[in-house]
Design a protein around this ligand. Structure first.
Ligand code: HEC
Length: 230
């Protein structure tokens, strides 16, 4: 058992993380063939010893093969993604799987996490308008409220409004723009905009991955239409 752990950690070290579109060292056809035969040899070796250990090895080696393919640039098709999801659901409930991937509501932790992510405003717009589903297939429906000024502050001008009006309030003196924006999405009750009844749902931290939240933020940051007051 100790040997498989050692092998796994060695493999993790030798397979570098893939940067989009780049050639990945360690992923040439020869190198792949070599990794493959190392793993295969290891599997036969363990089978000679004990049954339980062999099953555990098969299971973990399978995961390693998949990981290697992914790191070297393999993009699973829809059928394969569904199979992976079904496999995952054999071990955890969908609720737990979603919770494990969602961004949560801890603002400081979220800000740190978003620091390393690049938000895509177009994808953010699709999420916002419900054209693309969020975690677990949820439709966010942000636009259904934020397109009607009677229901919620308008989407148009969100960036400018936060910068010029909200952050000028004394209680937000030490807030960054990003901090206010994230808080108003995952903890909407932290600040209730005058004239609005605190209607925004509080569950978005559980429906968004960090990347999806970064995308939404990038979209809302593009809403800098000048406002003539509130
Ligand atoms: C049911 C209606 C509703 C939905 C759906 C909704 N919001 Fe809101 N939102 C509000 C209201 C009302 C406010 C005003 C503050 C308050 O009362 O909580 C608000 C405030 C905000 C603010 C702060 C705006 C400002 O000017 O201070 C942001 C940003 C925001 N929402 C983003 C979103 C995003 C992103 C989504 C989707 C993930 C969303 N909202 C979904 C009703 C909604």
């Amino acid at each position: 058992m100790a040997r498989i752990l050692l092998l796994m950690s060695l493999l993790m070290l030798t397979i570098p993380l893939r940067a989009q579109g780049e050639f990945v060292p360690g992923c040439s056809i020869d190198e792949l063939a070599q990794q493959q035969s190392t793993l295969a040899a290891f599997l036969t070796l363990e089978f000679a010893e004990d049954f339980d250990g062999s099953l555990a090895n098969m299971f973990r080696l399978g995961a390693l093969y998949k990981r290697m393919a992914l790191l070297c640039g393999y993009a699973p098709n829809d059928v394969e993604v569904n199979q992976l999801l079904e496999q995952a659901l054999m071990f955890v409930s969908l609720e737990d799987l979603i919770a494990a991937q969602s961004v949560g509501t801890d603002i400081q932790a979220i800000l740190l996490e978003l620091d390393g992510l690049y938000g895509d405003p177009l994808r953010g717009q699709s999420l916002y308008n419900g054209l693309e589903p969020a975690l677990g297939g949820t439709v966010l429906g942000c636009s259904s409220c934020h397109e009607n000024e009677a229901v919620a502050p308008l989407t148009a001008g969100t960036w400018t409004r936060i910068n010029d009006i909200r952050l000028a309030l004394p209680q937000y003196a030490d807030y960054s723009h990003r901090q206010f924006l994230i808080e108003s999405i995952v903890q909407p009750m932290a600040y209730i905009t005058p004239d609005y009844a605190g209607m925004m749902p509080e569950f978005y931290g559980g429906q968004l991955t960090p990347q999806q939240l970064a995308d939404l933020a990038a979209f809302l940051d593009s809403q800098d239409q000048l406002l003539d007051g509130e």
